[in-house]
Design a protein. Structure first.
Length: 323
């Protein structure tokens, strides 16, 4: 049974009321190209850094302001992208669902808050990364996001793969929660090739995304969490991609999630594992204004454990010294 609650305004409405300036549009498009060039040809090391869940406009904007200071110091070697995840999946379906669903007037006000937050981050001078969790939501943020990610629970989802295949930005695809690298390679194949499907009352066709790539985030088995930032995993991923007729993928290492056993400080050790492997071109790190996790929010993560901004600075500077 479905109950209709309210009408949601179309994407163009939100793009008009929370719009980018012409200068911001040009800057965002430049970031899109730079990230795609890095995924295609290497170059600067990528660091996608930010809260597990972007839960508050003021707190995340302040975090972004502080992160930009760090990013400027390491810009010769590292391209920093701020992680602004506005929708959150949960294995059992329970927990904080993200800023999109946190508006006082429902999803309409949630979408507006998310756009304001992303525009703030662009104004502070950093490109925005977000997770492609609900396919319908992509079109509300496509003019703001420079880097999309497909999560571990979504990498086999047909509708998410289809939308990802039509994005104009780089797309990072995480290995599934069981760590199956054949499934990851199949997802990369699916997203990199054209798709045809129903959208907004129309039959649409995508071009395929040549900038989709792998994200190693660890996995969980009956024995617990397993780290997969290692030679064995990279070699098997290369083999699985070859089986699909794909070239060797660009690889990002997720320092958190199963790779850290969801203990934030282990991200430091994982960062050193990643940066010393020349086949890994970047990292994803979960951090916020303050370390730890707390239901009260206000600069503390409301979902997974994060490191604070001071520790984030140390981690990024350690990466810089190793590059």
């Amino acid at each position: 049974m479905f109950e209709k609650i309210r009408k949601i305004y179309d994407p163009q409405y939100f793009k008009q009321i929370v719009a980018l300036s012409e200068q911001q549009k040009e800057l965002k498009e430049s970031w899109d190209r730079q990230i795609k060039d890095t995924v295609a040809d290497g170059g600067k090391f990528l660091a996608v850094v930010g809260p597990c869940s972007a839960d508050d406009v003021e707190s995340v904007t302040l975090y972004c302001k502080k992160l930009k200071v760090i990013a400027d110091r390491v810009r010769q070697k590292i391209r920093v992208v701020v992680r602004v995840y506005t929708e959150k999946p949960h294995s059992n379906g329970e927990g904080y669902n993200g800023l999109v669903f946190d508006g006082k007037d429902g999803i309409n006000s949630g979408l507006e808050k998310c756009r304001i937050l992303m525009r703030n981050c662009i104004s502070e001078g950093l490109p925005v990364a977000n997770e492609l969790l609900y396919p319908e939501h992509y079109f509300y943020f496509d003019d703001l996001v420079s880097y999309w990610f497909v999560g571990a629970r979504s990498c086999e989802d047909t509708s998410i793969r289809a939308v990802a295949s039509g994005t104009d930005c780089a797309v990072g695809v995480k290995n599934p929660t069981d760590g199956n690298l054949k499934k990851l390679a199949q997802s990369l194949y699916a997203i990199s090739h054209p798709k045809q499907f129903l959208h907004d009352g129309c039959e649409v066709r995508t071009s395929g995304n040549a900038y989709c790539h792998a994200v190693l985030r660890g996995y969980e088995n009956s024995g617990g969490f397993v780290n997969n930032i290692n030679d064995e995993t990279v070699n098997e991923l290369y083999r699985r991609c070859q089986e699909q007729g794909l070239k060797r993928p660009f690889i990002l290492a997720d320092l958190s999630h199963a790779n850290s056993g969801k203990v934030a400080n282990i991200q430091f050790d994982n960062a050193m594992l990643a940066v010393t492997d020349s086949r890994i071109g970047g990292v994803m790190c979960e951090s916020y204004l303050y370390g730890g996790v707390s239901e009260k929010g206000c600069g503390y993560s409301r979902t997974d454990d994060c490191i604070g901004i001071e520790d984030t600075e140390r981690l990024i500077e350690a990466l810089y010294e190793k590059l």
